[in-house]
Design a protein around this ligand. Structure first.
Ligand code: KE4
Length: 430
């Protein structure tokens, strides 16, 4: 496949941008080779600068759940830009957005808009600390909550992709206030709580993990955490930046029937524009400035263009429950196809999936936490990634990421992905 224009652009980009990219995972460092530069996208397809067409499994790392360039969202943005771009003042759409989120997400009574998932998670733990008067937080190894200092401890996603789960620049003071436990290990959490009585402000997790690859909560894990947080007065935070509005209209919390105290949102909520949000119990959110003393602000928070895109996206998901039926069916078809191909090839790699999220791990171990995810054969994954790319399938360039299906995928696209997967597995296992 000719990617010479992308290669030239990457060469040039590295003169001006660290690593040539504006977010590390995009640089293909985990899989080798030169990243393709995307020029445009429509529906299930992305097109690179050399006009190669790919079927898309990243979907901008989750936001494009309806596929690329959805007509309704494009029209909403086109209409909105007629009235300028940003005011730094309250607008009607922000009220509509907040009301819609409160109606769609079971645990959210009040919500604040920000500009990224990182801002959402940073702000959520700050308000939890303010509300409880406590300093420490618990996170889980392999979970990624954005690049806020408190979270770059045993972090997943790009951090583990490059083997830097603990980043330089995070001070010892900050690191001391972040306690970590293995995912799916309730006893480890209980031990941390017992050793830090009355000192833990919040426990934050991905209710379904995407950032060590797709990993599901074990039976009783989420319920057990809810119980510990209730007993200890710890603010229970679901980071649903990835799962929100994807695993169901009400996210993982609706699908699993668990109510956190705070929820962080991003990705889908902006319809592809830069939007994040955090919200939850009014008694906690009322601590946020200007109503309460916990400060948080943002020049472009609630930006009218981003709200136009996000509102259109969320209204569509709210009014078309068939989206989730379709995504479940697409996920089942893809997983069954991959599983059948592995049987045919005598392979037994681990396939974790839920709804429209999945990861094929190049390990035969069950993947239930960070250590088991890391038993994957990374060089083999890199070969597989390129074999898929050469066959026109654009997936995440890291073993430690979830893939995302969109409603733009028809059966013919899924069949092509299954075929490419079988051919690629055959090619890389020799
Ligand atoms: P952003 O700051 O990237 O908008 O969101 C951070 C974040 C927070 N919480 C969860 C559960 C997330 O998945 C993310 C961001 N996800 C990654 C993909 N694994 C973003 C892709 C990237 O870093 O380029």
């Amino acid at each position: 496949m000719n990617i010479s224009t992308s290669q030239a652009l990457f060469e040039k980009a590295q003169n001006f941008i660290p690593g040539g990219v504006n977010s590390p995972v995009r640089a293909f460092r985990a899989v080798g080779g030169s990243p393709v530069f995307i020029k445009s996208a429509k529906g299930p397809y992305v097109y690179d600068e050399d006009d190669n067409e790919y079927i898309e499994l990243i979907n901008s790392w989750g936001p494009m759940i309806l596929g690329h360039g959805h007509d309704l969202i494009q029209k909403a943005v086109a209409d909105a830009i007629q009235h300028s771009f940003s005011f730094g003042a309250p607008t009607r759409r922000e009220v509509e957005m907040a009301e819609l989120i409160v109606s769609m997400v079971p645990s959210i009574e009040k919500v604040r808009m920000v500009n990224s998932g990182t801002e959402a998670t940073m702000s959520a733990i700050r308000v939890a600390r303010g509300f409880t008067g406590r300093d420490k937080i618990i996170k889980f190894e392999g979970c990624y909550h954005g690049h806020g200092d408190s979270f770059l401890i045993a972090a997943g996603s790009g951090a583990v992709t490059f083997g830097t789960p603990d980043s330089p620049g995070v001070t010892k003071g900050v690191a001391n206030d972040t306690l970590t436990a293995p995912y799916n290990d309730l006893e480890a959490v209980q031990r941390l709580v017992d050793a830090n009585k009355g000192a833990i402000a919040a426990l934050i997790l991905e209710p379904v993990v995407g950032n060590m690859g797709c990993v599901l909560p074990a039976e009783g894990f989420l319920e057990g955490l809810r119980k510990i947080c209730d007993q200890e007065g710890i603010v229970f935070i679901f980071d649903e930046v990835m799962t929100g509005f994807r695993l169901s209209k009400g996210g993982a919390q609706e699908r699993f029937g668990i109510k956190p105290d705070l929820t962080t949102l991003g990705k889908i909520i902006g319809g592809g524009m830069p939007v994040g949000a955090y919200g939850g119990k009014a008694e906690i959110m009322n601590w946020v400035s200007p109503l309460g003393p916990v400060y948080q602000a943002g020049t472009l928070s609630g930006n009218p263009i981003a709200m136009a895109a996000g509102l259109t996206m969320l209204h569509y998901l709210d009014e078309h429950p068939e989206v989730y039926t379709q995504l479940e069916a697409s996920g089942h078809k893809l997983v069954n196809g991959f599983t059948n191909s592995m049987k045919k090839l005598g392979l037994n790699y681990t396939m974790n999936s839920i709804g429209s999220m999945y990861t094929l791990f190049f390990t035969e171990q069950a993947v239930t936490d960070f250590p088991s995810a890391k038993t994957s054969d990374l060089p083999l994954f890199g070969k597989y990634f390129h074999a898929m790319l050469d066959r026109g399938i654009y997936m995440g360039p890291s073993q430690f990421e979830s893939m995302f299906l969109s409603t733009a995928l028809e059966d013919s696209h899924i069949a092509r992905i299954i075929q490419a997967n079988e051919e690629s597995l055959k090619e890389v296992i020799g």
